[in-house]
Design a protein around this ligand. Structure first.
Ligand SMILES: Cc1cc2nc3c(=O)[nH]c(=O)nc-3n(C[C@H](O)[C@H](O)[C@H](O)COP(=O)(O)OP(=O)(O)OC[C@H]3O[C@@H](n4cnc5c(N)ncnc54)[C@H](O)[C@@H]3O)c2cc1C
Length: 442
């Protein structure tokens, strides 16, 4: 096939335009001397369209937008979007406890319109090396670039027993609104006790007309537990903590990730309250037919088909017992995991791996045997090395600022950490405060 070399060589090519690379593109708008292009296979920006439920809200404050954390006067901030749309005062008056995800999607789409460096409908099919440059190829096009930034997001995780059956009525939550199954009179099972499971459960029981015959919400967790959003827990979402975490031994990091599960994967307390009240209302006030069950401490371990229905085997995690459940529709809210993008296949042998992941340097570049001075940076691919903040929106602009500083080889952004409230690292206390710090501790 003949490829056309579309443009002059770039300094940065970004693969994927989700919030992570969109933040990078937004910050780079102020630095046109760094030539960049971003590609996404989708025809247009859509933020997790299959889960854009009407009432779903952001799990971070809106100040954690594309730019504000490192560049609060940037004209691609959420506040600027509100002002340009002439809704700033109404937004203030509305006093949303959390911004609707649909509104943040509007904001992201508006930001896309302001950026000339984005190319939608352009899947990157292969990445290779040509001389001292990286080559990125799509269908009939090719770009050369000094550096690459992977922002390809995470892929749906599905329990092994459900994988052979995936389709319209045995679906991962990412497909929930895409399949849009009729639910009236159906037996629906929701698997997964995190935020997505809660949002889907709430959606299934929201409309009193056309209720399912039954909705059963199953989770491996020992209860339907809230997200810990307290101030000290939110310190886990700071540059200081993520840098501290990065320097810990691997076994400690693994232990901490499991200990911190509810700081990242819990359900927002407001949503849990709303679900509880709705179940109460349906059961005691509206008296609507329909069986609503919540079953914690159950793991989905088997799926078979009997006639038109699914037969699910659930292992009780606290008793040595199994339950069998029939369902017409099963929604697997079983999370996401990072996987190496397929387009890296031509250079996969040149990339150092650690388990399933990359070996990530402090500037978010990965270790690989590429041309001298050419780096591959990763977004949302280093949870095991950077902690629970990595796949979250909270530190995205800070991570992008690190990447920009690294590419520019000078500090275009001041990302020095503020003095921490929590001194995670004993060494930092001893070095920074010297004898005074030791005196205070004794
Ligand atoms: C429903 C949902 C709600 C969430 N809400 C929050 C929240 O409120 N707060 C929070 O902090 N976090 C939230 N998260 C977690 C996280 O912030 C989001 O998943 C976020 O979208 C991650 O951004 P990303 O840019 O890394 O990846 P994605 O948004 O997944 O974007 C990746 C993009 O890469 C493209 N792509 C992949 N491969 C290629 C290729 N070869 N060529 C071209 N394009 C490619 C895809 O088409 C996609 O558009 C949420 C996650 C989900 C699933």
């Amino acid at each position: 096939m003949q490829y056309s070399l579309t443009d002059a060589p770039m300094d940065i090519v970004g693969i994927g335009i989700g919030p992570a690379n969109l933040s990078l593109a937004a910050l780079l708008k102020r630095h046109p001397q760094i030539r960049s292009r971003f590609f996404d296979r989708r025809a247009e920006f859509q933020w997790h369209a299959g889960l854009m439920l009407p009432n779903a809200s952001l799990q971070v404050p809106f100040l954690k937008d594309l730019v504000s954390l490192v560049d609060p006067t940037n004209d691609l901030s959420f506040l600027q979007f509100l002002a340009v749309q002439k809704r700033l005062l109404c937004f203030i008056n509305a006093s949303f406890p959390q911004v609707l995800r649909r509104e943040f999607n509007q904001y992201y789409r508006w930001a896309c319109e302001q950026l000339s460096t984005l190319r939608f409908g352009s899947e990157v099919q292969a990445v290779d090396v040509d001389g001292d440059m990286i080559v990125v190829q799509g269908d009939g096009w090719r770009h050369t670039t000094r550096h690459l930034v992977l922002g390809t997001g995470q892929q749906p995780s599905v329990p092994d027993c459900a994988k052979p059956w995936l389709g319209e009525t045995m679906l991962h939550a990412s497909q929930y609104l895409i399949h849009n199954n009729p639910i009236e009179g159906k037996r629906v099972v929701v698997v997964g006790g995190g935020q997505t499971g809660a949002e889907v459960f709430q959606h299934l029981i929201a409309d009193s007309d056309g209720m399912p015959a039954s909705v059963t919400w199953v989770t491996r967790r020992s209860n339907f537990a809230p997200l810990d959003e307290s101030s000290f827990t939110n310190e886990l979402y700071t540059p200081g903590y993520t840098n501290y975490f990065y320097d810990l031994p691997e076994a400690r990091r693994t232990m901490l990730l499991s200990e911190q599960k509810l700081a990242s994967d819990g359900v927002s307390a407001a949503l849990l309250g709303a679900i509880y009240r709705r179940v109460y209302e349906l059961r005691y006030v509206a008296g609507l037919p329909g069986d609503l069950q919540m079953r914690p401490a159950r793991e989905l371990v088997g799926v078979t088909r009997r006639g038109d229905c699914w037969v699910l085997t659930l292992q009780h995690t606290q008793r040595d017992m199994q339950e069998v459940l029939e369902a017409d529709i099963v929604v697997l809210c079983t999370g996401y995991a990072y996987g190496m993008p397929k387009c890296l296949a031509p250079i996969a042998g040149r990339i150092d791996r650690q388990g399933d992941g990359f070996v990530v340097n402090p500037d978010y570049s990965i270790r690989w045997d590429g041309p001298r001075g050419s780096r591959i940076y990763v977004q949302n691919a280093a949870k095991d090395q950077r902690g629970i903040a990595d796949p979250n929106l909270g530190l995205v602009p800070w991570r992008c600022a690190q990447i920009i500083n690294s590419v520019a080889e000078r500090a275009l952004y001041d990302i020095d950490e503020p003095a921490p409230f929590i001194h995670w690292d004993t060494q930092a206390v001893a070095v920074q405060n010297g004898a005074q710090g030791m005196e205070f501790m004794s």
